[in-house]
Design a protein around this ligand. Structure first.
Ligand code: ZN
Length: 397
């Protein structure tokens, strides 16, 4: 599977995508754009951002393209072994799960705009980015390479993914102004990338990030990837949003002049997202294996994914010596305040609110109905952890 991505007019915020499907042996194929993205369990209907779409044969003939559902199309292949779907995608929103392009930045979440072909979701994927001169790439995907005249050759602007799941779990930042620092925790290479109007204190970032990364790996015994990327987009406006991925996380924070508050947010969200590399990326509810990108994937245990991760994210910062006792207790108080003030009288259980994420999980909702899988989930994790510790103390005496 091959995706060529270009931006002809950056001011239009339109991505041009050519999706090439080779080795076709059937009279028709069906292509699907995801209806949601992992990390946010609600239908997002990315297809609403497609401005134009057509199907073309290898010889340049237009093929019949029929829409089957809101985000699924059927292409009559007319005996062709290779088909191209050409379409444009409007990319003008900056949060941790969207895509955005302009003159200075390409911020891509492939799940927003890459289609897969039914029956071939496990095929390897290659992405070719027609980037402006001088742009660097920050992404968890490996550069595409092949052996040319017995020499391994890497191509700039071309990335490779083992399958569609890996592709859409690897967001990307590209610009001429990316800043980065690298560190190691054990044998694992970590890179912290920052895009934005900010002069980072890299010494402090390297020191603190290394400590919480080592603390997490020591607790979990091993890390499931050989490298990991923190992708940070720092905005001039107030923002706090992070999304977990296979060997990376996408974080959007702001405002960029907030100083110490911004740094505390960066630590909190980064430790949280790194722990997701185990909890949800590797340790995942069976209802989400594999992801079905066409519809709701109901599960009752999002409070384990988000609550435990919220609880452990801060606990790792305390254990690594980055948060002192006072800072840590303050974080616990924040969960309690938010939980008891907003949902102490809610009628739903944590498991029911997990299930209903797909209904209204990411909006305020009506009074006294749902609870937060993050805040109540973190408090339940605290209670369970204290209970286990108490049992262990009793049994060891
Ligand atoms: Zn999370």
């Amino acid at each position: 599977m091959h995706y060529q991505i270009s931006v002809t007019d950056p001011d239009s915020h339109l991505l041009s995508i050519i999706y090439t499907i080779p080795d076709i042996v059937s009279n028709y194929i069906e292509v699907q754009l995801p209806a949601w993205r992992p990390g946010r369990y609600e239908i997002q209907n990315f297809a609403k951002n497609i401005q134009f779409i057509e199907a073309i044969s290898r010889s340049g003939q237009k093929l019949l393209l029929t829409k089957l559902t809101k985000d699924r199309w059927r292409v009559e292949t007319e005996g062709e072994s290779e088909v191209q779907i050409r379409y444009s995608y409007y990319s003008a929103v900056q949060n941790a799960g969207t895509s955005y392009v302009d003159n200075e930045l390409w911020y891509l979440n492939f799940i927003n705009f890459c289609m897969y072909t039914e029956g071939r979701i496990n095929d390897p994927c290659i992405v070719k980015l027609d980037l402006p001169e001088g742009f660097d790439i920050a992404c968890g995907l490996s550069p595409f390479w092949e052996i040319v005249n017995n020499i391994p050759t890497v191509y700039g602007g071309i990335l490779a993914a083992g399958n569609f799941y890996e592709l859409v779990d690897s967001p990307l930042l590209a610009s001429a102004n990316l800043q980065k620092c690298e560190y190691k925790a054990g044998r694992i290479s970590f890179t912290v990338w920052i895009q934005g109007n900010l002069l980072p204190d890299w010494k402090r970032i390297e020191n603190d990030f290394q400590r919480f990364s080592e603390e997490q790996i020591a607790t979990m015994r091993e890390f499931p990837e050989s490298n990991y990327h923190f992708l940070n987009l720092i905005l001039p406006t107030a923002y706090y949003h992070g999304v977990e991925h296979r060997n990376s996380t996408m974080i959007v924070l702001g405002p960029d002049d907030e100083g110490e508050g911004l740094y505390t947010d960066l630590l909190g969200v980064s430790s949280h997202e790194l722990f997701h590399a185990w909890n949800i990326i590797r340790i995942r509810p069976k209802e989400l294996l594999p992801y079905d990108f066409t519809k709701e994937n109901y599960f009752r245990t999002c409070f384990v994914a988000e609550g435990c991760t919220t609880y452990y994210g801060d606990l790792f910062l305390k254990r690594a010596g980055i948060f002192d006792e006072e800072a840590y207790i303050k974080e616990l108080q924040v969960y309690m305040k938010r939980h008891f003030e907003s949902s102490a009288a809610s009628t739903q259980s944590l498991t029911d609110s997990s299930f209903d994420l797909w209904l209204d999980g990411y909006e305020k909702g009506i009074p006294n109905r749902k609870v937060s899988v993050y805040q109540k989930g973190a408090l339940v994790s605290l209670i369970l952890d204290l209970y286990i510790r108490k049992k262990q103390t009793i049994s060891s005496h």
